[in-house]
Design a protein around this ligand. Sequence first.
Ligand code: H79
Length: 592
Amino acid sequence: MILKRLMLVSLLGVALAANAQDEMWDKSASGRQHPNIQWFKEAKFGMFIHWGLYSKLGGVWNNKRYYGSGEWLMNQAKVPADIYAAEAATFNPVNFNADEWASLAKEAGIRYMVITAKHHEGFAMYDSKVSDFTIVKSTPYKKDPMKALADATRKRGIQFGFYYSQFLDWHEPNGGGNRWDFDESKKDYQRYYREKSIPQLKELLTGYGPLGIVWFDMPGGLTKQQTQQLVDSLRVLQPASLFSSRVGQGLGDYRDFGDSEVPPAPINEVWESIYTHNDSWGYIEHDMNFKSPREIIRLLANVASKGGNLMLNVGPDGKGNIPYYSVQYLKATGKWLQQNGESIYGTTYGFIPAQPWGVTTAKPGKLYLHILDRPADGKLLLPGCAVTVSKVYTLVGKRVLSFAKKGTDVIVNIPGMDAQSPNTVLVVEYQGKAPAYDTAAPVTVSAQFSVNTIEAVHAKMTDSARVKSLTYSHYFGDWKHSVCVTNMMGPKDEARFDIRITEAADYKVILEYACNAESGRQEGSVLVNDKEYLFRTLRSSEFDKSNPLMFIQHAVAITTIGQPGLYTIAVKPLQQGKELFKLKSVRLEPIK
Ligand code: H79
C-alpha cells in the first residue's frame, strides 16, 4: 500500500507538487479579510528578488551548466551539504547597493518588494543568530544587506517583505528535501521548525521594521493546527503583515497561484501571480530569455484585468548586480506606468471580458480599455456595455473620442495609434451601475484582427469533457500552465463555444492543441455554422512527468460566414476510446 502510494507520488510528482498551490488556498478564506489588505489590493505591481548563494554559482556546478530554476542547483546537482556550504567562503557581493535596487524598483513603478531571506538551500541572507550558515558569519562580505534594503525601499514608499522557505532546507539534517545527504527516516521536522525555521522567522519579523508581506513557500511537515500555531506565534510580532497563501493549510491572507500562472478569468478575491523575468528565479549566467517591456506591460494588464497583482522576479548575480536586461526593461515598464498607471494601480477587473483588441480594468465610474491590437477599421467594439457612457478619451493626451451606441454595444472611433505602443489605454467614463462580469458572454470574433483566439475556458461541455489548468515544465522547475479542454473521449464529449462574429468573411479555423503518441491519428470533427468538418489529429508531444506539453496549430477548415451574428463552434472526437487531444484554443483567421 505504502509502496503503491510512493510510486504514484513519484510518477505524478511534478504535476502534484505544482498543483499543490491550489490546495493551499481555502476558498472559505476569501470571506475573511486581513485588516491591512487594502494597500496590497491597490499595489498591483511587485518586485520579487531571488538572491542567495546560488546567485554566485549562476547555474553552473563542476563545469556543467544546469537549465531551469537556478536556486535549485544544489538539488539538481545533488551537491553534498558541506561542499555546498564551503561556497560561502567566496560569496562576496561587493556591488550590492540597496539604494540602487530600491530606486530601480521605484523607477519601474513597483509598489512592493519581496526578497529571499532564506531559500531551500538553507543559507540566511541576513544576520541570523540561530544559524552559522549566513551571509554575515560565513562569507567575506560579513554584512547584512537586508537592513539597508528594507530602509531604502521604505524610504521610497515601497512595501518591503521577506520570502522565507519554511520547510525545505537542504543544509539541515532535519529540514525538508535533502535526501541525498540525510536519511529521510531520521528527519525530525518538528525539531527543524523549533530550532531554525520559527526562530529565523521571528528574527525577520522583529529585526527589520514593519514588513508588508511574509512570503512563505512550499509548506510541509505540519498539520493544520500546527500551521495555525505557527501563524499565531508570528502574527503577534507583526499583526499588520500579510502572509502569503503558501504558508499552507488555507491560512494565508491572499491567494498565490502557481509559479508563472494567471487564472483564465477574473477572480473576485485578493490574489497574486508571480512570474520571473527570464526562465529562472535565481541568477543563471546562461539564461537570456528575458521578457521584453512589451511582454511585461501586457502581462501586467492581463493580470490586472483579472483582478490580481503581478509580482515579477529578478535574479541579481553573486556580485550584487541586477542583470542588465532586467534593469533596462523594468525601467521601460516604469515609463509606460508613469503615463498609464491610472489604468493599473487601484483598479479591479473590468466588466467587459477580453476582446480581440485587448482587456479591461476598472475603477468606480471608469472603465479602462487596454488596446493591445488595433482593429484595422478603427472601430472598437465594447459588447455588453450596459451603462450610460458620458465620455471616452485617450489616457495619454486626453484626446476625446466619438462613439456610438447600438443596444448594449458601444462602438468607439479610435484614432490611428502608435503601432509601437505595447498597450494604448482609453478611458470610458460612465454613469450607472457596472453590470456583473458575464462569464457566459459569447466570444467576439472580428475580421478586423489577423487572428481571433477563443480560449478553452469558454468551452461549454457535454459528458466527460472537462476544462482543466494543466501544469508542466519546460526547464527544471520552469512551470507553464495551460487551460485546456481535456477528457474528450468519444462523440458525446463535446466542447462548444458560443461566439459572436461581427463581420461577414471567410475564416480559417485552426485548432491549437497538444496531442501525445497515443492520441495521434484520431478523427475528430468541428461543427461551424451548421457544417461539419473532419480532421485527423497530428501528434505533437509526449505529456508525462519528464516532457512538457507542446502545442501546435492545426488548420482544419474554412468557413464562409455570410451574416454577422451568433454562431456556435463544436469540437468532438468521431470515435470512442482515447482522449482526442488537449485543446487550448480555437483560432479564427479572416481570409483577406
Ligand atoms: O522560489 C521559486 C521556486 O524555487 C519555488 N517557488 C518559486 C517562487 C518552488 N519551490 N518548489 N517549487 C517551486 C515547486 C517544486 C516542484 C518540484 Fe521539482 C517538483 C520539486 C520536485 C518535483 C522541479 C522539478 C523541481 C524539481 C523537479
